[in-house]
Design a protein around this ligand. Structure first.
Ligand code: C2E
Ligand code: MG
Length: 740
């Protein structure tokens, strides 16, 4: 008999198999395209079917790993398709997610009743879609593995039994074979209730010598009494007893352990003997309990995972409905986590998530729950008895807790989070809706500049659909040439001359007019489109410089804004050098603006890229300076020429002593490091006066000019007269003069 293979497959190992194939079934082409785009974005392979009938043909031809199934379709509807898939043994294991605009309970139950595993409401929330798809695929993989393992175990048990039956009771030969296994095999005489034979592993397993065991009987080694065992044996002899069971065995030292036991009765002359095979299942149970833990706890951080978090929220809501308590759900999403992951190793990203989870736990009471929903998304359940205050206090505590730098791989890394808050029963009363609303509110917090929190409002519901439409429209905008660059002058304070221009992208969206970047840059970054749009900005700015030069206008340096993704995912160095080369422009005429946040989360290769560009002559400036955790030491690390003081400080410079002190300190710091300092957002004379009195080098703001379309720049670039005289008039709003 060979030792049974009880090692479970390692389900925690990364999935190195081919990308999952997902079938999208929807009669509306727009919905199919949207789901295809969203899933394609995450690396899934998709195929589509436009009706239930076509779906069944496609599934039979090439069974997918998962099906996204629209409920309402002419002809065979989603429920009928689900039923057909689930009733065919060849396809019954394929997980199905029903997608429907119906949100009432009956519709959901009907879908689940048809066999679907999960449910998604339209409009589909992108994060929720990815999460559910990922989870279901993971579960499917897990259950495939467990099933395979189960089949192995059963085959082994059958083989063991068959082998035992085939043998005659030639004990000597039998014992040799028995010793070759890891299982304990004992033969008990039913009449005497003593062991008549046992193998060596039995001694090892139980801690007795062979002779000691032969002196004893099964009763002494079992937690069952002699009568119970005798009754069990008799039942087996009579052909009706349970031959397989999980029992507890006892060692000589009194300790116990779980065993899987198989018993067979055999006639031996006038007597009956009972052949018992005992298999130690301590290891298997440990793995099983680990799997159960994995089903409920996040393996990285040890926090509740999405499943357990939702179960806990369900229970909390049921209790709160009865007690009248308010429950707040907070969705916490780290800002720029992708940057950390992209710039450093994944191990560093994981370590950051672990440290963040520790800090989140510090912010809540024992009665509250912290969970990890996936990736860099965390969620909190706060129960608030009357008078416990409001959840924004906890949101602020989280911001404070995260503000301390994280020590990762020898570097200090700072992260912030965007937090969405929703309340039960005010906003919604069920788990799913609350989580969706908290996610929407979090998204809003991101759009409002990150590092903040937002309560859910009903207006956010329509926002989700708008967001998806926006992304689709942006994909077309680049192809259709709907982006344009406006340029805002930078003015040197001493003489009032234009010494530079900042290129700022605008979207001439058909039917919407000119859309400012605040409404679409985030979406470009999220979707990764920023890499292509960023390249277009560089090329267009260089082409513009070339045009000015051709027209005999000696141009001033033009700066372009650069996003993190361009550095990490794109090939910024190549894009820049190629554009300079094609348009034959000296590198000193191009400047790159990178935000302080970007630089702080940058890895060494980013710094190397910037060094190389700078040594080629390209200027580098730090945008939004003063908002991060800048220090002299950190500034020295970067190849930088200019600091751009964040607009928010300039806005408050004449009314907040903090803003004034920060502005003055940045100007001093810049001077001591021999860097140019430029103040952005100068709108009033008093602001200008403050900057002049502190000897700031340059200014940029509506007081001089807003960003301008190309034709409006000619007089400025040609005349080069001082703009200082014009600043007595109030600052013009940007829209009016943009097309001047
Ligand atoms: P930024 O780089 O800080 O650009 C300066 C922003 O301040 C511009 O907003 C400009 O119009 C605005 N501004 C200038 N003077 C004043 C003033 O006196 N008062 C006020 N209230 N605002 C002033 P804009 O053009 O809306 O751009 C916003 C942000 O969008 C930029 O901030 C930049 O981060 C981003 N952005 C713009 N174009 C691009 C681009 O091509 N690529 C990337 N990655 N980001 C871009
Ligand atoms: Mg800028």
């Amino acid at each position: 008999m060979t030792a049974p293979d009880v090692s479970l497959p390692d389900v925690s190992a990364p999935d190195v198999s081919a990308p999952a194939n997902i079938l999208i079934v929807d009669d509306e082409s727009q919905n199919r395209r949207l789901l295809e785009a969203l899933l394609g974005h995450e690396g899934y392979v998709t195929s589509t079917a436009d009706s239930g009938e076509h779906a069944l043909v496609a599934i039979a031809d090439d069974p997918p790993d998962l099906i996204l199934l629209d409920v309402m379709m002419p002809g065979l509807d989603g429920r009928q398709v689900a039923r057909a898939v689930k009733s065919d043994p060849a396809t019954s294991k394929i997980p199905i997610i029903m997608v429907t605009a119906q949100t009432d309970r009956e519709a959901r139950l009907a879908a689940l009743d048809a066999g679907a595993e999960d449910f998604l409401s339209k409009p589909v929330d992108r994060a929720e879609l990815w999460l559910r798809v990922r989870n279901l695929l993971r579960l499917k993989r897990l259950s495939d593995l467990l099933e395979k393992h189960q089949v192995n175990l059963e085959a082994q048990a059958q083989a063991r039994t068959a082998e035992l039956q085939a043998r005659t009771v030639d004990l000597k030969r039998f014992r040799m074979a028995m010793d070759a296994t890891h299982d304990s095999i004992v033969i008990v005489n039913r009449t005497t209730m003593r062991f008549v034979a046992l193998n060596a592993p039995t001694s090892q397993m139980l801690g007795y010598s062979r002779d000691e065991l032969l002196e004893l009987g099964p009763t002494e080694l079992s937690t069952s009494s002699r009568d119970q065992l005798a009754a069990l044996y008799d039942a087996i002899i009579a052909g009706r007893g349970r031959t397989a069971s999980i029992e507890t065995a006892q060692r000589k030292d009194g300790s116990t352990f779980p065993v899987e036991v198989h018993r067979q009765a055999q006639r031996a002359g006038a007597d009956w003997i009972i052949v018992t095979v005992m298999h130690d299942i301590t290891g298997r149970l440990r793995v099983q309990s680990r799997l159960e833990d994995m089903a409920h706890f996040d393996t990285l951080t040890g926090l509740a995972n999405r499943t357990l978090f939702c179960e806990t929220l369900n229970r909390t809501l049921a209790y709160a409905s009865a007690s009248g308590e308010t429950v707040a759900v907070l969705h916490v999403d780290l800002d720029y986590f992708k940057n950390v992951n992209d710039s450093h190793s994944h191990a560093v990203g994981d370590e950051l998530l672990i440290q963040v989870s520790d800090r989140l736990v510090e912010c809540v009471d024992d009665r509250d729950t912290v969970g990890r929903l996936g990736g860099d998304e965390f969620a909190l359940i706060l129960t608030m008895p009357q008078g416990r205050g409001d959840p924004s206090v906890v949101a602020r505590q989280i911001q404070t807790a995260l503000a301390r730098p994280f020590r990762l791989d020898g570097h200090n890394v700072t992260v912030t989070a965007s937090i969405g808050i929703t309340l039960h029963p005010e906003d919604a009363t069920d788990t799913e809706t609350l989580l969706r609303y908290a996610d929407m509110a979090m998204y809003q917090a991101k759009q409002s500049g990150r590092d903040g929190f937002q309560f859910f409002t009903n207006a956010m519901n329509t926002e989700v659909w708008r967001r998806l439409e926006l992304e689709t429209a942006l994909r077309h905008a680049l192809k259709n040439g709907e982006f344009v660059l406006h340029y805002q002058p930078k003015v040197e304070l001493e003489g009032g001359h234009v010494v530079g221009l900042e290129a700022l992208v605008r979207w001439e969206r058909p039917g919407f007019g000119i859309v400012p970047p605040s409404e679409f840059i985030y979406s470009l970054e999220e979707s990764g489109l920023i890499v292509d749009v960023g390249r277009w900005v560089i090329v267009t700015a260089c082409e513009q410089i070339r045009d000015w030069r051709r027209r005999g206008i000696d141009p001033v340096p033009v700066s372009v804004n650069v996003s993190q993704r361009q550095l990490v995912r794109g090939d910024l160095e190549n894009d820049v050098l190629l554009a300079l080369d094609i348009y034959e422009i000296p590198a000193r005429l191009l400047e790159l603006e990178l935000t302080e946040n970007l630089l702080m989360t940058s890895a060494d290769h980013t710094i190397a890229t910037l060094r190389s560009l700078r040594s080629a002559g390209v200027q580098i400036s730090i945008d939004d300076f003063g908002t991060g955790h800048s220090s002299l030491a950190y500034l020295r690390r970067f190849p930088v020429d200019t600091l751009k003081i964040d607009r928010r400080f300039i806005r408050d410079v004449t009314r907040s002593s903090d803003a004034a002190a920060t502005t003055a300190a940045i100007i001093r710091m810049g001077r001591s490091l021999d860097l140019e300092v430029i103040a952005v957002g100068v709108e009033t004379q008093p602001q200008l006066a403050y900057l002049q009195s502190h000897q700031c080098d340059q200014v940029q703001g509506y007081l001089f000019r807003p960003p301008l379309a190309v034709p409006a720049l000619d007089p400025l670039l040609l005349g080069r007269s001082s703009l200082m005289a014009a600043t007595d008039q109030p600052a013009a709003p940007p829209g009016d003069t943009a097309l001047e």
